[in-house]
Design a protein around this ligand. Structure first.
Ligand code: ASP
Ligand code: MG
Length: 411
C-alpha cells in the first residue's frame, strides 16, 4: 500500500467529461490499495480569463486582490472533482489552501510555501476518503490568500508529497512524458524513461514546459520522485528522480531551444573597474533578468558587452543600457531580437570531454554561426540566428543520437 499524490493540470480537467475521467483514474488507484491525495488546477483557460477580467477592471490591479480572484479557478475544479468521486461511490473531501493550511510568504502572485500542515489530510485519508486539494494557492501570515505563480499546482503537489512523505508524486498532463526534445520540431524525439532532477531543472529553465521549475527544485530538495505521465492513457511516463550511476553514462539527455530572448550589445565600453556593476546594476533596478553575458577582450581600453534578456523586457533593458552608456561615455546600444538559444543538457557531461566540440561541429556542419556560448556543469548553450532554430535542434538531436535508447532502463 502506497501513499500517492496525483496532480491533474488544466487540460486534464478541461470539461465535465474529463473531470469524470479523472475521478475514474483516482478511484482506480485507490482500488489498488493506495491512499490518494489529488491536487487539481483550474479548468484550462480559466486563470487567463480571470486575469483578463482583472486587467479590464483596473490598469494595474491590486496584487492581493488579483490572488483572491485567480485562486477561485481551483475552487471550482476541486468541488466538481469531489462531487464526481462521491457520485461514483468514492468518499472524498475537497480542501482549499487555507483549510489545510498551506502557509506561504506574502509575495502575491509568486508566493513560496513555508509550511504545510499534514494533520487534516492524514485524518481524512484514515477514514478512507480521497483528499482533493486546490493547487496554486496558499495563505500568508495575515490570512491573505496567495498564489504560487503560473503553473504553481505542480509545486503544490510536490510540496504536499514532501510533507506527507508520499511514495510518488504523479503529474498528469496532456503529454505522455518528458521528451529528448520538442516532438513538434524533431519527429525523432523520444520519450525519456528517466531524467535526473538537475537535468529537469535545466530543461525547465531552458523552455521545456512540462513542469513548473520550482516544483522540480522542491522535489530535488526533499527527494520526491515525480512521475510525469498522460491523463489520457495508461502508459508509463517519465520518472524525474535522483541521479544514479546509469544516468552518468548518458552524455546528453535532451536538446532544448528558446526563442524568447533578445540580445543587446553596448559598444565601445571604457574598460575600467565598476562599469559592469553599473550597467547590470541599472538593469537589476528595472527588475530585468539577464541571462547570458559576454565581455570581449579589451583593445586600447575599450570593450563590447553583450547580454541577453527576455524579449518582453527588451525596451526596458534598452532604455536602462542607453542611459548608462551615455553616463559612462560608451558607444551605441544595439538590439537583436532574431536570436535563439539552443542547448544540450546531460549529467554525463561532468565526466566526459569532447561534448562541447561535438556540439560546435554539428552546428558548423549546417553552416550555423554561433554568436554566444555559455555553459554550466551539465549544459551548453549557444545563441544562433533564430531562423536556424529547428535545423539546429535536429542537427544536435542527430549528432548525439538521441533517437536511440542509450541504455536499457526500467522504471
Ligand atoms: N491555474 C494556474 C495556472 O493556470 C495554476 C496551474 O495551472 O498550475 O497557472
Ligand atoms: Mg496549468
Amino acid at each position: 500500500m502506497a501513499l500517492v499524490v496525483q496532480k491533474y493540470g488544466g487540460t486534464s480537467v478541461g470539461d465535465v467529461e474529463r473531470i469524470k475521467n479523472v475521478a475514474r483514474r483516482v478511484i482506480a488507484s485507490q482500488k489498488k490499495g493506495n491512499d490518494v491525495v489529488v491536487v487539481v488546477s483550474a479548468i484550462g483557460g480559466e486563470t487567463d480569463r480571470l486575469l483578463e477580467l482583472a486587467h479590464e477592471t483596473a490598469d494595474s490591479p491590486d496584487e492581493r486582490e488579483v490572488d483572491v480572484l485567480i485562486s477561485t479557478g481551483e475552487q471550482v475544479s476541486i468541488a466538481l472533482l469531489a462531487m464526481a468521486l462521491k457520485s461514483m461511490g468514492q468518499d472524498a473531501q475537497s480542501f482549499l489552501g487555507f483549510q489545510i493550511p498551506i502557509l506561504t510568504d506574502s509575495a502575491y502572485g509568486k508566493a513560496r510555501i513555508s509550511h504545510i500542515d499534514s494533520e487534516k489530510i492524514l485524518e481524512a485519508l484514515k477514514t478512507g476518503k480521497v483528499v482533493v486539494v486546490a493547487g496554486f494557492q496558499g495563505i500568508d501570515g495575515d490570512n491573505s490568500i496567495t498564489t504560487l505563480g503560473r503553473g504553481g499546482s505542480d509545486t503544490t503537489a510536490v510540496a504536499i508529497a514532501a510533507a506527507l512523505n508520499a511514495d510518488v508524486c504523479e503529474i498528469y498532463t496532456d503529454v505522455d512524458g518528458v521528451y529528448t526534445t520538442d516532438p513538434n520540431v524533431c519527429e525523432r524525439a523520444r520519450k525519456l524513461n528517466r531524467i535526473s532532477y538537475e537535468e529537469m531543472m535545466e530543461m525547465a529553465s531552458l523552455g521545456a514546459k512540462v513542469l513548473q521549475i520550482r516544483s522540480v527544485a522542491f522535489a530535488m530538495r526533499y527527494n520526491v520522485p515525480i512521475h510525469v505521465r498522460s491523463s489520457f492513457n495508461d502508459q508509463m511516463g517519465t520518472l524525474v528522480c535522483m541521479e544514479d550511476k546509469d544516468m552518468e553514462k548518458v552524455l546528453v539527455s535532451g536538446v532544448t531551444y528558446n526563442i524568447g530572448e533578445a540580445k543587446l550589445t553596448v559598444t565601445q565600453v571604457p574598460d575600467r573597474p565598476g562599469i559592469a556593476a553599473k550597467l547590470f546594476g541599472a538593469l537589476a533596478d528595472e527588475n530585468v533578468m539577464v541571462d547570458m553575458i559576454i565581455q570581449n577582450v579589451s583593445r586600447e581600453g575599450y570593450t563590447d558587452v553583450t547580454f541577453t534578456v527576455l524579449k518582453t523586457d527588451t525596451s526596458k533593458a534598452f532604455a536602462a543600457a542607453k542611459k548608462v552608456a551615455a553616463e559612462i561615455k560608451a558607444g551605441d546600444v544595439i538590439i537583436d531580437e532574431d536570436i535563439a538559444k539552443v542547448s544540450i543538457v546531460g549529467t554525463g557531461m561532468r565526466s566526459h570531454w569532447g561534448v562541447a566540440s561535438s556540439m560546435f561541429s554539428a552546428l558548423a556542419k549546417e553552416n550555423i554561426n554561433i554568436q554566444m556560448i555559455s555553459t554550466s556543469e551539465i549544459r551548453i548553450s549557444c545563441v544562433i540566428e533564430s531562423k536556424y532554430t529547428e535545423l539546429a535542434v535536429r542537427a544536435l538531436h542527430d549528432a548525439f543520437q538521441l533517437e536511440k535508447e542509450q541504455l536499457q532502463e526500467e522504471i
